[in-house]
Ligand binder design. Structure first.
Ligand code: GTP
Length: 319
């Protein structure tokens, strides 16, 4: 068996995949519709939207199979993302790269595979739209064209995700993006008994900056602050701009004390920037930190609203 090579742009590719915030999210009809269509059009057992993560392939959509992920080193898709066109294996048993692959010798007993690389909005190959069958088959040029067309439709959905879930000014998740990611993370925390904490942040005196120095300077404050948030927290934390000058961070596998530590780190970094940039005003913020309690916080809305009131109390007390 041949394990797939690592593409030369692997770091940038993984960064784009992660920034799309689609890994480990719930199934969505707009992708499921396309895999169902692929399965029916080609008359195959399985069609997948498969994303190639660092060590696994994770399926955003899966028609005809109940799996959610498989190791990358035995994946066909890991090979498919190395090229630009469709990657077709008419009969895996006749191909020395795959004949003893556990996906071929065991379930789902892949004999035929065709995968078309899926590019993200930034142009990196994030995974494939692929079809699988337990019988060998030929794949004509016309079939290739049809698979490529379907893959373009999946790519369009990825662009829509980015457009709908990312805040244009700061590049952070927007409210919708946060809700999608937080819902999933909190469900996981509840199930696995993992601690989580939410921080509700509101910048101080942004109106004054806008009024005295102009809206563009206000925008710069928002962007600078967002960059500090991204640096202060881990890639696995959900950082978002809720709207206006309000931000949210959901820290998973973090107690309240550890979250306070991360906030102190943010404060120190911001202090250093304020001193270095000497703009004539300082960027400052107020926050409320809530430890997630599944017994009390039945919805994300309840968690956010508690963070909001705590933030407001702190802001009032500081003045
Ligand atoms: N430049 C800029 N300003 C914005 C943006 N979105 C919201 N704002 C401004 O941010 C301010 C937010 O309102 P407040 O939180 O009440 O203003 P504040 O001066 O920060 O007040 P405190 O939180 O009490 O310190 C308003 O003046 C909005 O116009 C944006 O995208 N760019």
């Amino acid at each position: 068996m041949k394990t797939p090579d690592i593409p030369p742009d692997e770091d940038a590719r993984l960064a784009e995949l992660r920034s799309l915030n689609v890994l480990d999210t719930i199934a969505e009809e707009r992708f499921d519709r396309l895999t169902r269509m692929a399965r029916r059009l080609f008359g195959v057992d399985v069609a997948l939207v498969s994303l190639v993560d660092e060590n696994r392939q994770w399926f955003k959509s899966c028609a005809g199979m109940e799996l959610s992920e498989k190791p990358r080193d035995i994946s066909f898709c890991g090979h498919a993302i190395l090229g630009d066109g469709a990657f077709v294996i008419p009969d895996a048993l006749q191909d020395e790269r795959f004949c003893d692959n556990p996906l071929v010798t065991g379930p789902p007993h892949v004999r035929f595979y065709a995968g078309c690389p899926l590019r993200g909005p930034g142009g990196r190959k994030l995974g494939t739209l692929c079809i699988i069958d337990s019988k060998p088959r030929a794949f004509s040029d016309e079939d290739v064209e049809m698979l490529v067309d379907l893959a373009l439709m999946v790519e369009r959905e990825f662009s829509a995700i980015e457009w709908a879930t990312v805040d244009e000014l700061t590049g952070l998740s927007n409210r919708r993006g946060f809700m999608m990611l937080a819902q999933h993370s909190l469900q996981l925390c509840t199930r696995q008994n993992i601690p989580a904490a939410l921080v509700f942040i509101d910048l101080d005196h942004l109106k004054q900056v806008n009024d005295q120095l102009g809206h563009a300077e206000g925008d710069r404050v928002l962007v600078t602050f967002a960059q500090h948030l991204m640096k202060a927290f881990r890639g696995s934390d959900v950082v978002a701009r809720l709207g206006g000058d309000e931000f949210l961070v959901l820290l998973t596998n973090h107690s309240e004390a550890a979250a306070e530590k991360a906030m102190a780190r943010l404060q120190r970094a911001l202090d250093a920037t304020n001193e270095a940039q000497a703009r004539g005003y300082d960027i400052s913020f107020s926050y409320g930190l809530v430890e997630f309690d599944p017994k009390r916080h039945h919805t994300i809305g309840a968690l956010i609203s508690e963070g909001d009131s705590l933030m407001y109390k702190t802001k009032k007390a500081r003045r």
